[in-house]
Each structure stands twice: as structure tokens, then as C-alpha cells.
Design a protein around this ligand. Structure first.
Ligand code: PLP
Length: 466
């Protein structure tokens, strides 16, 4: 058949829009998205015809291609997924999910006018920074507090405001890079402060800090080595020892705590994450940490400490560029409120509830899950696995856990299964190890289990009949 005859067989955009499944999609996602997908699909087919790579027109295949294109566009946006990796703080999957109460609070605040910068008692202008400060004072014992876009911004704000054109002393063992190109030396450069490295990679003594001080020193900074550990022949100087040196030389002392937690994690074998309150009590003038790591709130960088320094940060020009949005303030305020009663924190903040979930309970859930798969002749088993915290926290800590192992089948390899599960309406993200696909229920809500099972049944169910 000649090219023109083939092209004439293609439907018009309007004709395609009348095809029932595409019409349905148009009702759900709007005319524009579907019409654009139809046009893109027709264009691709026309090209294939003109290049003579498509010898005949199959109208159903063209409609199917249009549907796939709509699906791809719709799914390209920011959307929820099911985290079945077992990694509690998964940076690529949005770090910590919010507590239900925090979600509700965000909704209430942003769907209405609110007191973002309004003082109800005075009936006039209020301070945006006031909202989180009171509760942070209560929780940490610090004199003052402020929050910005993230912990990287917090460090930048501190260094630029308090140490521009001055030297900041940091141990060589703490010159870290956090994922996404946050590197201490680079942030230092961007801030206009000069990095003064002291000590060695594995050992830094108090005398190294002391010898590093000169008339141009602006501060001493300690950095939590969040995502790696130096082990073996090592020595680091803790904040309480640095405190004396800083006081003696009248220097501010900063502690970038990294993750920052408000609860003691020792019961879970995590011994190198002091609480924010402990960090403040150790004597740092400013302590900074993230809002969406172990705290379990929204993306933010929180700074607590001495009023004289926090006041300077509040007035800094950079503060206007780094300040928090009302959604984040609402989410953090409600999350922090949960910490006023530690029991509420453990039960209502998702990441804490996941950490505290007994391994036995995960095993039981996994066994029930596997039983349902077996009813549909899907081969799966429960295996002991190791879980990690993730998100740049406690890198060496490994937790015992259980995973659901789904071996390769005739129909699907583990990587094909992973692809197919990612394409479900509610994408499921698991992990592949030793040619086996694993689902870890520690990070899966019980209400999400049915969705995963339905997806697996659709993809692998009753294989013998296939
Ligand atoms: C995670 C982390 C950061 C970056 O924090 P964000 O909130 O992601 O910007 C900086 N420093 C340390 C030590 C960290 O652990």
C-alpha cells in the first residue's frame, strides 16, 4: 500500500477522542492532556509511515499507544507511591511521610486565610518566625529558635551571617558530602567564610582546634558524620570539650547535628544520635538539624540556640530567601506538638512507628501476605532480611527485619516484575537482591497491603492457567 493510502487510514484527533477509553480519560484528566497525547501519537505514526517502517495501520495498536501516552504524562507528576524497600528514610521517596494530624493541620491552614504573619491578640502584624519558636524552646530548652528551607540552608545562613570573611574551624574527619552535592567545603565557600581544616581524617585532638585559632577565627563548627563512619584508630573532640576552648577565645560554637531527633533511639541500638536537647545542653551556641529526617516532619532546617545569634539570623538578608512557607510551618508545628507527649510521637509519627514496629509483627504480616499470594498460585516466601534507616542517618546501623521474596517466574523476571509494579496506579517500589524481588512491609502501611496484593494477582496470578 502506498504511503498516502496508509496515512488516510489514521483517525483524526476528534475521531480518536470519541473512542470510549480515551473519552473516559479525557473526563478524568481533562481534554488538553488527552488531545496532546493523541496528537503526539499520530505524529509518531505518521513519521513511521513516511520512513516506511510501518507497513500497515493497526487502529487498536494506535489507540493503545495513545492511552499509554496519557498514562505516562499523568504519572510523570509528583504522586504518592508505596515504599516497600524497608528503608524508613528514603531520600528519593520523599524522606519522612507526615503524621495524619500534621496533614490535617496543613490542610486547614492552607485552605483558609491564617495567622502566618498576624497577631490575634494585637490585631496587627505578627512574626512568621514566632510559630515554631515557642514549641522548639519547650522541647529543646534552647533560648531561641528559627527554621529555614532545609539544613543545608541553615548551615549556609549561619556561616554567611556570623562568619563572613572569617575562618571557621572544622575537623578534617568531618568534611563530609551529603547526597545532592551538599559538601561542607563548598557551602563554606558559598557563604563567604573560609574553611580552616584541623587534625587528620581519623584523629583530631582538642590541641588541633586550639592551634587553629588565630585573630581571624570566626567560629568552631562540629559536623555530624551522618552518612559515614570512621572506625578503628580514631579520635574526635566532643562539643562539651570544645565548649571550654570556644569560651576561652570568645568564639561561637556551632553543631550541625544532621538528622536531629527528639527521642532517645538507644532502645533500637542507635547510640550515636544524641537528642537535640542533649546537643543543646552539651554547650553548642547553635545546633542545626533537618525537619524531615528522624524528626519525621516536613523539609526544613531548624536552628536552636543562643538568642543573641538567632536574633542576628532573623535579621539577615538571606533569611528572606530561605524562609519557610506556611505549609511547612503548619506541618512542623503539628509534628513538634506530638513530641510534647512522647507516647503520641511514637504512635502517630509514621517513621517512629515504623522503627518501633516489632520484627515479629513484620514477620506475621508478611506470612499473611504470602498466604494470600499462594492462594493464587504465586510462589513467594518470608525471609529474614536486614533493614537500614537511610536518609543520611546512622549509616552503620542494620536492623533485623523480614521480607517477602518473590522468585523469578516463567512469565516475569524480577526486574520485569519491578517495572510492572512501578507502573501500577499506585506504584510499588521494592528491591532486587540475588535475582529475587523483595517487598519489606516495615515501610508499608497495613492499608496499602491490599493494593500490592491486587497488583501482584493481576500480574502473576494463576500462572498455571496462563
Ligand atoms: C542531611 C544533612 C544535611 C542536609 O540536610 P537537608 O535538610 O537535607 O538540607 C547537612 N548536614 C548533615 C550533617 C546532614 O546529615
Amino acid at each position: 500500500m502506498d504511503t498516502n493510502a496508509l496515512l488516510r487510514q489514521l483517525p483524526s484527533v476528534d475521531e480518536a477522542l470519541k473512542y470510549a477509553p480515551l473519552q473516559k480519560l479525557s473526563e478524568i484528566h481533562g481534554h488538553r492532556i488527552v488531545a496532546d497525547a493523541i496528537r503526539d501519537s499520530l505524529e509518531a505514526t505518521r513519521l513511521a509511515v513516511l520512513e516506511e517502517t510501518l507497513p500497515f495501520i493497526e487502529i487498536n495498536a494506535i489507540f493503545a499507544d495513545m492511552e499509554i501516552r496519557v498514562d505516562e504524562v499523568v504519572k510523570a507528576g509528583l504522586r504518592p507511591v508505596i515504599n516497600a524497600t524497608g528503608v524508613v528514610l528514603h531520600t528519593n521517596l520523599g524522606r519522612s511521610p507526615l503524621a495524619e494530624r500534621a496533614v490535617q493541620r496543613v490542610h486547614d491552614v492552607i485552605a483558609n486565610y491564617n495567622t502566618l504573619e498576624y497577631d490575634l491578640r494585637l490585631g496587627g502584624r505578627g512574626q512568621r518566625t514566632k510559630h515554631l519558636e515557642t514549641i522548639l524552646q519547650k522541647l529543646t530548652g534552647a533560648e531561641a529558635a528559627i527554621a529555614v528551607n532545609n539544613n543545608a540552608a541553615a548551615v549556609l545562613l549561619i556561616l554567611q551571617t556570623l562568619c563572613q570573611d572569617k575562618e571557621v574551624i572544622v575537623s578534617r574527619g568531618e568534611l563530609i558530602e551529603i547526597g545532592g552535592a551538599f559538601r561542607i567545603p563548598d557551602v563554606m565557600t558559598a557563604s563567604g567564610a573560609t574553611l580552616k581544616e584541623v587534625g587528620t581524617t581519623n584523629k583530631t585532638h582538642l590541641s588541633d582546634y586550639a592551634n587553629g585559632i588565630n585573630e581571624n577565627t570566626g567560629a568552631i563548627m562540629k559536623v555530624h558524620t551522618s552518612n559515614y563512619r570512621i572506625v578503628g584508630y580514631t579520635e574526635a573532640v566532643e562539643i562539651d570539650e570544645l565548649r571550654q576552648l570556644a569560651t576561652q577565645h570568645r568564639l561561637p560554637l556551632f553543631h550541625n547535628l544532621g538528622s536531629g531527633t527528639f527521642v532517645d533511639l538507644a532502645a533500637f541500638g542507635v547510640h550515636d544520635e544524641p537528642t537535640v536537647k542533649q546537643a543543646v545542653m552539651s554547650g553548642a551556641d547553635l545546633v542545626s538539624f533537618s525537619g524531615d529526617k528522624l524528626l519525621g516532619g516536613a523539609q526544613a532546617g531548624i536552628i536552636v540556640g543562643k538568642r543573641e545569634y538567632i536574633d542576628q539570623l532573623k535579621k539577615a538578608p538571606l533569611m528572606r530567601a530561605l524562609r519557610l512557607d506556611k505549609m511547612t510551618i503548619a506541618a512542623l508545628e503539628e509534628t513538634l506538638t506530638l513530641y510534647l507527649d512522647e507516647k503520641s510521637a511514637w504512635s502517630e509519627i509514621p517513621i517512629l512507628a515504623m522503627l518501633a514496629m516489632p520484627t515479629e509483627k513484620i514477620k506475621e504480616r508478611s506470612e499473611r501476605f504470602v498466604a494470600k499470594l499462594r492462594e493464587a498460585n504465586i510462589e513467594a516466601s518470608v525471609e529474614a532480611t536486614k533493614a537500614v534507616m537511610g536518609g543520611g542517618s546512622t549509616p552503620t546501623k542494620v536492623f533485623d527485619s523480614y521480607g517477602i521474596a518473590i522468585a523469578a517466574t516463567k512469565r516475569m523476571s524480577p526486574s520485569q516484575l519491578a517495572d510492572a509494579l512501578r507502573r501500577l496506579d499506585r506504584a510499588v517500589i521494592g528491591r532486587i537482591e540475588n535475582d529475587t524481588y523483595y517487598l519489606d512491609l516495615r515501610t508499608v502501611k497495613e492499608t496499602e497491603e491490599a493494593l500490592i496484593i491486587a497488583g501482584l494477582l493481576e500480574l502473576l496470578g494463576d500462572e498455571e492457567d496462563a
